[in-house]
Design a protein around this ligand. Structure first.
Ligand SMILES: [Zn+2]
Ligand SMILES: [Zn+2]
Length: 238
């Protein structure tokens, strides 16, 4: 049967989202571009997602030293890729270059890491942008990814589950300590959202995780609003 989709793709063939070479499937990367992304294999910290390499085999329950000493407030982190020049390029394109066509690919790859935890998730919440930044950029990349994951899983989406009270400066060149300070008390669950969060298991979505300061500050707000647990899912981990 010829569907509208096959008809369109026979006239306009799908192209690699990165290099624009013709590919078989819509919303995908060509094999060469896909190969450049570095998958984090099974050995990453279950708590914070930190890649552990082979050392992970010897660490009880796949937790990094830092999480064993100071367990984070979120219960797990799921992440498919290492944050390097290639995953960074995809994220920056989505974030600043209006490449919202990347959302489907990014959300699909993140979803692959969630198989076993999905049944326990009640609600999907993205890390929010401050309204001024949202106004300038017109969309929140974490919100787009969260929306797509909700669409693919049928899980409930709460785009306004968290609110950013202050437009914090970019964290790019900050140390871990500065980042923690930068996002302290920046997030809150709006009062009229509390009833939707209470006793829920929340999947918190962001694009990138470096020190974990942002997701930890978001988790703090969600737990203060009596969320049962928070599982973090990001596209790339530094
Ligand atoms: Zn390509
Ligand atoms: Zn860890």
């Amino acid at each position: 049967m010829i569907t509208l989709g096959t008809l369109v793709s026979s006239i306009i063939p799908p192209r690699c989202l990165q290099c624009r070479q013709v590919v078989m499937e819509d919303h995908s990367l060509c094999p060469a571009c896909f190969k450049l992304l570095v998958f984090i294999d099974g050995y990453n910290c279950r708590s914070c997602g930190l890649p552990l390499g082979k050392a992970g085999e010897h660490i009880g329950g796949f937790r990094c030293g830092s999480c064993i000493l100071n367990p984070p407030n979120f219960s797990q982190t799921r992440v498919p890729f290492l944050y390097d020049q290639y995953s960074r390029k995809l994220i920056l394109s989505l974030k600043y270059a209006d490449r919202t066509d990347l959302t489907n690919l990014i959300a699909g790859l993140m979803l692959k890491t969630l198989d076993d935890v999905l049944p326990s998730i009640d609600l999907i919440v993205p890390v929010p942008l401050h309204w001024q930044r949202l106004f300038r950029r017109t969309y929140n990349q974490a919100g787009l990814i969260a929306e797509k994951i909700a669409q693919k899983t049928g899980k409930k989406l709460l785009l306004s589950g968290l609110k950013r009270l202050i437009a914090t400066p970019p964290q790019g060149k900050m140390t871990a300590k500065q980042r923690r300070k930068n996002v302290t008390n920046v997030f809150t669950v709006p009062a009229n959202r509390h009833s939707l969060i209470i006793d829920r298991s929340v999947l918190l979505i962001d694009d990138v995780m470096t020190t974990g300061a942002t997701v930890s500050a978001c988790t703090k707000a969600l737990l203060q609003a009596s969320a049962r647990q928070v599982i973090v899912c990001v596209f790339a981990r530094a």
